[in-house]
Design a binder for this molecule. Structure first.
Ligand code: SF4
Ligand code: SF4
Length: 159
């Protein structure tokens, strides 16, 4: 059930929930040739930047080589499905609703600049008002907040 949900979701790889995930040096060496974006962190570790470059739609394009964090991570929604606390179909509906909100936000933002690898969520969070009463900025912020509330509630959970 979980793997079926994940192959129809992919949100944790797409930069919608997180902007990076730490990887070991060995994992970095393994995924670097695949074109995955990597960055050194201040703590000396290496981070794989999200959206992940090997994500193909909602599926991992490097399944056999994916880092341990990718193999081990299960979001709150996935855990609820695994434990039987949330019906699979309801989880799918939540994923669809999130994707609808993401599409609406993407439309508000307009197409990314060439070479801009940020996710829709990242672009929305980093959008700045062009003037004090920027209506477009306010609409984007409102849509981003509503989406973030949904992501936190269903996927990330209380910290
Ligand atoms: S966000 Fe959750 S349901 Fe979606 S792919 Fe990741 S673990 Fe699976
Ligand atoms: S390597 Fe695969 S599982 Fe890991 S973030 Fe990239 S697409 Fe997702």
């Amino acid at each position: 059930m979980l793997s079926e949900l994940c192959t129809r979701c992919g949100l944790c790889c797409s930069g919608s929930l997180f902007t990076f995930l730490p990887v070991t040096a060995e994992e970095a060496d393994r995924v670097r040739p695949l074109g995955v974006r990597l960055e050194p962190r201040r703590d000396g570790r290496t981070a794989m930047l999200l959206p992940c470059a090997v994500l193909q739609g909602t599926r991992c394009g490097a399944y056999g080589a994916r880092p341990a964090r990718c193999r081990e991570y299960v979001c709150q929604l996935g855990r609820a499905v695994e434990k039987g606390e949330r019906p699979f179909e309801h989880a799918l509906t939540i994923v669809s609703e999130v994707k609808e909100q993401l599409e609406a936000l993407a439309e508000l933002l307009g197409p990314p600049e060439p070479g801009d690898a940020r996710s829709v969520v990242q672009r929305a969070q980093q959008t700045e008002a062009r003037e004090p009463d920027d209506a477009r900025f306010k609409t984007i912020r409102q849509a981003a907040r509503s989406l973030d509330a949904m992501l936190q509630h269903y996927f990330v959970g209380p910290s």
